[in-house]
Design a protein. Structure first.
Length: 318
Protein backbone atom coordinates (compact mmCIF):
# COMPACT_ATOMS: atom_id res chain seq x y z
CA UNK A 1 0.00 0.00 0.00
CA UNK A 2 2.89 2.33 0.82
CA UNK A 3 4.51 1.55 -2.54
CA UNK A 4 1.32 2.54 -4.31
CA UNK A 5 1.08 5.77 -2.32
CA UNK A 6 4.62 6.77 -3.18
CA UNK A 7 4.36 5.70 -6.80
CA UNK A 8 1.22 7.70 -7.74
CA UNK A 9 2.74 11.17 -7.10
CA UNK A 10 5.87 10.12 -8.94
CA UNK A 11 3.80 9.08 -11.96
CA UNK A 12 1.92 12.38 -11.89
CA UNK A 13 5.18 14.33 -11.75
CA UNK A 14 6.54 12.26 -14.65
CA UNK A 15 3.44 12.94 -16.76
CA UNK A 16 3.60 16.63 -15.91
CA UNK A 17 7.24 16.77 -17.00
CA UNK A 18 6.34 14.98 -20.27
CA UNK A 19 3.52 17.45 -20.97
CA UNK A 20 5.79 20.40 -20.25
CA UNK A 21 8.47 18.92 -22.51
CA UNK A 22 5.94 18.49 -25.32
CA UNK A 23 4.69 22.05 -24.83
CA UNK A 24 8.29 23.26 -24.91
CA UNK A 25 8.84 21.62 -28.29
CA UNK A 26 5.52 22.99 -29.55
CA UNK A 27 6.03 26.48 -28.16
CA UNK A 28 7.70 28.00 -31.28
CA UNK A 29 4.77 26.89 -33.42
CA UNK A 30 2.19 27.93 -30.81
CA UNK A 31 3.73 31.39 -30.45
CA UNK A 32 4.00 31.84 -34.22
CA UNK A 33 0.43 30.63 -34.80
CA UNK A 34 -0.96 32.90 -32.09
CA UNK A 35 0.98 36.03 -33.08
CA UNK A 36 0.87 35.75 -36.87
CA UNK A 37 -2.45 33.97 -37.48
CA UNK A 38 -4.72 33.67 -34.46
CA UNK A 39 -4.56 37.24 -33.19
CA UNK A 40 -4.71 38.88 -36.68
CA UNK A 41 -7.72 36.73 -37.58
CA UNK A 42 -9.58 37.66 -34.38
CA UNK A 43 -8.66 41.34 -34.79
CA UNK A 44 -9.83 41.31 -38.41
CA UNK A 45 -13.17 39.84 -37.35
CA UNK A 46 -13.50 42.49 -34.61
CA UNK A 47 -12.73 45.45 -36.87
CA UNK A 48 -15.07 44.15 -39.59
CA UNK A 49 -17.97 45.24 -37.38
CA UNK A 50 -16.43 48.61 -36.59
CA UNK A 51 -16.08 51.98 -38.25
CA UNK A 52 -12.34 52.59 -37.94
CA UNK A 53 -10.14 54.99 -39.88
CA UNK A 54 -6.88 54.20 -37.99
CA UNK A 55 -7.08 57.60 -36.23
CA UNK A 56 -10.30 57.76 -34.23
CA UNK A 57 -11.50 55.13 -31.80
CA UNK A 58 -13.40 52.22 -33.39
CA UNK A 59 -17.19 52.59 -33.33
CA UNK A 60 -19.53 49.62 -33.62
CA UNK A 61 -21.62 49.70 -36.83
CA UNK A 62 -22.96 46.15 -36.95
CA UNK A 63 -23.19 44.64 -40.43
CA UNK A 64 -22.76 47.93 -42.28
CA UNK A 65 -19.27 47.05 -43.54
CA UNK A 66 -20.42 43.62 -44.73
CA UNK A 67 -23.43 45.12 -46.49
CA UNK A 68 -21.22 47.66 -48.23
CA UNK A 69 -18.68 45.05 -49.35
CA UNK A 70 -21.16 42.46 -50.60
CA UNK A 71 -23.86 44.66 -52.13
CA UNK A 72 -22.70 48.27 -52.59
CA UNK A 73 -19.00 48.22 -53.47
CA UNK A 74 -18.84 48.86 -57.25
CA UNK A 75 -15.44 47.24 -57.82
CA UNK A 76 -16.01 44.07 -55.78
CA UNK A 77 -17.51 42.18 -58.74
CA UNK A 78 -14.67 42.91 -61.22
CA UNK A 79 -12.02 42.24 -58.57
CA UNK A 80 -13.60 38.92 -57.59
CA UNK A 81 -13.98 37.89 -61.24
CA UNK A 82 -10.35 38.72 -62.02
CA UNK A 83 -9.13 36.83 -58.96
CA UNK A 84 -11.17 33.72 -59.79
CA UNK A 85 -10.08 33.92 -63.46
CA UNK A 86 -6.45 33.97 -62.41
CA UNK A 87 -7.02 31.10 -59.98
CA UNK A 88 -8.51 28.88 -62.69
CA UNK A 89 -6.35 29.80 -65.67
CA UNK A 90 -3.03 30.64 -64.03
CA UNK A 91 -2.95 27.68 -61.63
CA UNK A 92 -3.97 25.20 -64.34
CA UNK A 93 -1.42 26.44 -66.86
CA UNK A 94 1.36 26.63 -64.27
CA UNK A 95 0.77 23.02 -63.23
CA UNK A 96 0.63 21.79 -66.83
CA UNK A 97 3.64 23.85 -67.92
CA UNK A 98 5.70 22.95 -64.84
CA UNK A 99 4.95 19.26 -65.28
CA UNK A 100 5.79 19.43 -68.99
CA UNK A 101 9.13 21.12 -68.35
CA UNK A 102 9.90 18.61 -65.61
CA UNK A 103 9.14 15.71 -67.95
CA UNK A 104 11.28 17.25 -70.68
CA UNK A 105 14.33 17.79 -68.48
CA UNK A 106 14.14 14.35 -66.85
CA UNK A 107 13.82 12.70 -70.26
CA UNK A 108 16.52 14.37 -72.36
CA UNK A 109 19.93 12.72 -72.39
CA UNK A 110 22.18 15.77 -72.70
CA UNK A 111 21.90 19.42 -71.73
CA UNK A 112 19.61 18.76 -68.77
CA UNK A 113 21.73 20.92 -66.46
CA UNK A 114 21.61 23.88 -68.84
CA UNK A 115 17.84 23.74 -69.31
CA UNK A 116 17.26 23.21 -65.59
CA UNK A 117 19.27 26.33 -64.81
CA UNK A 118 17.69 28.34 -67.62
CA UNK A 119 14.15 27.59 -66.45
CA UNK A 120 14.92 28.04 -62.75
CA UNK A 121 16.81 31.35 -62.91
CA UNK A 122 13.73 33.52 -63.74
CA UNK A 123 12.06 32.26 -60.55
CA UNK A 124 14.88 33.86 -58.53
CA UNK A 125 14.14 37.33 -59.91
CA UNK A 126 12.31 39.61 -57.42
CA UNK A 127 8.62 39.98 -58.35
CA UNK A 128 8.82 43.74 -58.91
CA UNK A 129 11.96 43.52 -61.09
CA UNK A 130 10.49 40.64 -63.12
CA UNK A 131 7.25 42.57 -63.67
CA UNK A 132 9.10 45.72 -64.75
CA UNK A 133 11.13 43.69 -67.25
CA UNK A 134 8.01 41.99 -68.60
CA UNK A 135 6.14 45.26 -69.05
CA UNK A 136 9.13 46.57 -71.00
CA UNK A 137 9.31 43.45 -73.18
CA UNK A 138 5.57 43.58 -73.90
CA UNK A 139 5.39 47.34 -74.47
CA UNK A 140 3.08 47.66 -77.50
CA UNK A 141 5.08 50.55 -79.02
CA UNK A 142 8.72 49.90 -78.18
CA UNK A 143 8.85 46.36 -76.81
CA UNK A 144 10.94 43.71 -78.63
CA UNK A 145 8.15 41.12 -78.48
CA UNK A 146 5.78 43.14 -80.66
CA UNK A 147 8.69 44.09 -82.93
CA UNK A 148 9.37 40.39 -83.56
CA UNK A 149 5.67 39.61 -84.03
CA UNK A 150 5.26 42.50 -86.45
CA UNK A 151 8.31 41.45 -88.46
CA UNK A 152 6.84 37.96 -88.74
CA UNK A 153 3.50 39.35 -89.96
CA UNK A 154 1.65 38.30 -86.79
CA UNK A 155 -0.84 40.37 -84.76
CA UNK A 156 0.72 42.70 -82.19
CA UNK A 157 -1.46 42.85 -79.06
CA UNK A 158 -1.42 45.79 -76.69
CA UNK A 159 -0.72 43.37 -73.80
CA UNK A 160 -0.94 45.24 -70.48
CA UNK A 161 -2.65 48.21 -72.17
CA UNK A 162 -5.55 46.10 -73.46
CA UNK A 163 -8.27 44.91 -71.04
CA UNK A 164 -8.60 41.67 -73.02
CA UNK A 165 -4.86 40.91 -72.95
CA UNK A 166 -3.90 42.22 -69.48
CA UNK A 167 -4.74 39.03 -67.55
CA UNK A 168 -3.17 36.70 -70.19
CA UNK A 169 -0.05 38.87 -69.92
CA UNK A 170 0.04 38.22 -66.17
CA UNK A 171 -0.30 34.50 -66.89
CA UNK A 172 2.68 34.69 -69.27
CA UNK A 173 4.64 36.41 -66.50
CA UNK A 174 3.79 33.60 -64.08
CA UNK A 175 4.81 30.94 -66.64
CA UNK A 176 8.13 32.70 -67.12
CA UNK A 177 8.89 32.11 -63.42
CA UNK A 178 7.87 28.45 -63.42
CA UNK A 179 11.14 27.27 -61.83
CA UNK A 180 9.60 26.43 -58.43
CA UNK A 181 7.06 23.97 -59.81
CA UNK A 182 9.60 22.57 -62.27
CA UNK A 183 11.93 21.57 -59.42
CA UNK A 184 9.08 20.03 -57.40
CA UNK A 185 7.84 17.98 -60.34
CA UNK A 186 11.37 16.91 -61.28
CA UNK A 187 11.89 15.54 -57.78
CA UNK A 188 8.59 13.64 -58.01
CA UNK A 189 9.36 12.26 -61.47
CA UNK A 190 12.84 11.10 -60.48
CA UNK A 191 11.30 9.31 -57.49
CA UNK A 192 9.13 7.04 -59.67
CA UNK A 193 10.61 3.49 -59.53
CA UNK A 194 12.29 2.56 -62.81
CA UNK A 195 11.15 -1.02 -62.36
CA UNK A 196 7.58 0.08 -63.01
CA UNK A 197 8.60 1.65 -66.33
CA UNK A 198 10.41 -1.55 -67.29
CA UNK A 199 7.37 -3.64 -66.43
CA UNK A 200 5.16 -1.32 -68.48
CA UNK A 201 7.49 -1.65 -71.47
CA UNK A 202 7.34 -5.44 -71.21
CA UNK A 203 3.55 -5.15 -71.32
CA UNK A 204 3.82 -3.14 -74.54
CA UNK A 205 3.03 0.31 -73.12
CA UNK A 206 4.19 3.30 -75.13
CA UNK A 207 5.10 6.76 -73.90
CA UNK A 208 1.48 7.74 -73.22
CA UNK A 209 0.72 4.41 -71.56
CA UNK A 210 3.71 4.71 -69.22
CA UNK A 211 2.69 8.25 -68.28
CA UNK A 212 -0.95 7.32 -67.70
CA UNK A 213 -0.46 4.10 -65.76
CA UNK A 214 2.94 4.62 -64.09
CA UNK A 215 3.91 8.30 -63.88
CA UNK A 216 0.54 9.87 -63.17
CA UNK A 217 -0.49 7.59 -60.25
CA UNK A 218 2.92 8.18 -58.66
CA UNK A 219 2.92 11.98 -58.88
CA UNK A 220 -0.76 12.76 -58.20
CA UNK A 221 -0.06 13.72 -54.55
CA UNK A 222 2.48 16.27 -55.81
CA UNK A 223 0.00 17.55 -58.39
CA UNK A 224 -2.58 18.01 -55.64
CA UNK A 225 0.00 19.86 -53.55
CA UNK A 226 0.84 22.14 -56.49
CA UNK A 227 -2.82 22.90 -57.16
CA UNK A 228 -3.71 23.67 -53.52
CA UNK A 229 -0.65 25.88 -52.90
CA UNK A 230 -1.20 27.56 -56.28
CA UNK A 231 -4.80 28.40 -55.40
CA UNK A 232 -3.78 29.86 -52.03
CA UNK A 233 -0.99 31.94 -53.59
CA UNK A 234 -3.14 33.22 -56.45
CA UNK A 235 -5.90 34.23 -54.03
CA UNK A 236 -3.28 36.61 -52.58
CA UNK A 237 -2.09 37.87 -56.00
CA UNK A 238 -1.11 41.49 -55.52
CA UNK A 239 2.39 42.69 -56.39
CA UNK A 240 2.70 41.74 -60.05
CA UNK A 241 -0.79 42.95 -61.01
CA UNK A 242 -0.35 46.26 -59.18
CA UNK A 243 3.11 47.00 -60.59
CA UNK A 244 2.14 45.98 -64.14
CA UNK A 245 -0.98 48.16 -64.09
CA UNK A 246 0.83 51.22 -62.75
CA UNK A 247 3.73 50.91 -65.21
CA UNK A 248 1.50 50.26 -68.21
CA UNK A 249 -0.67 53.28 -67.35
CA UNK A 250 2.29 55.58 -67.93
CA UNK A 251 1.47 57.70 -64.88
CA UNK A 252 4.48 59.11 -63.08
CA UNK A 253 4.54 57.62 -59.59
CA UNK A 254 5.97 59.89 -56.91
CA UNK A 255 5.57 60.67 -53.21
CA UNK A 256 1.92 61.03 -52.30
CA UNK A 257 0.68 59.80 -55.68
CA UNK A 258 -2.51 57.72 -55.40
CA UNK A 259 -3.43 55.73 -58.49
CA UNK A 260 -6.59 53.68 -58.83
CA UNK A 261 -5.41 50.05 -59.20
CA UNK A 262 -6.61 47.76 -61.95
CA UNK A 263 -5.39 49.46 -65.14
CA UNK A 264 -6.58 49.04 -67.85
CA UNK A 265 -10.31 49.31 -67.16
CA UNK A 266 -10.01 47.31 -63.91
CA UNK A 267 -8.74 44.29 -65.88
CA UNK A 268 -5.85 43.66 -63.45
CA UNK A 269 -7.73 44.55 -60.26
CA UNK A 270 -7.64 41.72 -57.71
CA UNK A 271 -9.29 41.39 -54.32
CA UNK A 272 -6.01 41.90 -52.37
CA UNK A 273 -5.49 45.19 -54.25
CA UNK A 274 -8.99 46.25 -53.27
CA UNK A 275 -8.27 45.37 -49.64
CA UNK A 276 -5.13 47.53 -49.69
CA UNK A 277 -6.94 50.39 -51.42
CA UNK A 278 -9.75 50.35 -48.86
CA UNK A 279 -7.55 50.05 -45.79
CA UNK A 280 -4.48 52.16 -46.57
CA UNK A 281 -5.60 54.64 -49.22
CA UNK A 282 -9.21 55.30 -48.22
CA UNK A 283 -8.65 54.49 -44.51
CA UNK A 284 -11.81 52.39 -44.39
CA UNK A 285 -10.31 49.69 -42.21
CA UNK A 286 -13.64 48.12 -41.27
CA UNK A 287 -14.64 47.43 -44.88
CA UNK A 288 -11.10 46.24 -45.66
CA UNK A 289 -11.30 43.73 -42.81
CA UNK A 290 -14.71 42.49 -43.99
CA UNK A 291 -13.37 42.06 -47.53
CA UNK A 292 -10.33 40.23 -46.15
CA UNK A 293 -12.59 37.76 -44.37
CA UNK A 294 -14.60 37.24 -47.56
CA UNK A 295 -11.38 36.41 -49.38
CA UNK A 296 -10.28 34.13 -46.53
CA UNK A 297 -13.61 32.27 -46.57
CA UNK A 298 -13.44 31.90 -50.34
CA UNK A 299 -9.88 30.52 -50.19
CA UNK A 300 -10.90 28.09 -47.44
CA UNK A 301 -13.93 26.94 -49.43
CA UNK A 302 -11.92 26.30 -52.61
CA UNK A 303 -9.14 24.54 -50.69
CA UNK A 304 -11.65 22.38 -48.81
CA UNK A 305 -13.36 21.46 -52.08
CA UNK A 306 -10.03 20.43 -53.59
CA UNK A 307 -9.13 18.35 -50.56
CA UNK A 308 -12.54 16.64 -50.55
CA UNK A 309 -12.13 15.81 -54.24
CA UNK A 310 -8.64 14.38 -53.67
CA UNK A 311 -10.07 10.85 -53.71
CA UNK A 312 -10.66 11.22 -57.45
CA UNK A 313 -7.09 12.39 -58.00
CA UNK A 314 -5.01 10.29 -55.64
CA UNK A 315 -4.43 6.62 -56.45
CA UNK A 316 -6.58 4.15 -54.58
CA UNK A 317 -4.96 2.35 -51.66
CA UNK A 318 -4.92 -1.41 -51.52
Amino acid sequence: MAATTTTAPALRRKRTRERLRILGFLSPWLVGFTVFFGYPLIATGYFSFMHYNQIERPAFVGLRNWTYVLTQMPLFGPALWNTLWLVVVMVALRVVFGLGIGLLITTIKSGAGFFRTAFYLPYLAPPVAATVAFVFLLNPATGPVNAILGAAGLPTPSWFNDPHWAKPSLVLLSLWGIGDLMVIFMAALLDVPKEQYEAAELDGAGAWGKFRYVTWPSITPIVLFAVVTGVVQTMQYYTQALVAGKLASGVSIGPGTVIQPGYPDHATLTVPQLVYSLGFENFNTGAACALSLVLFALAMAVTTLLMRKRAGLLPAED
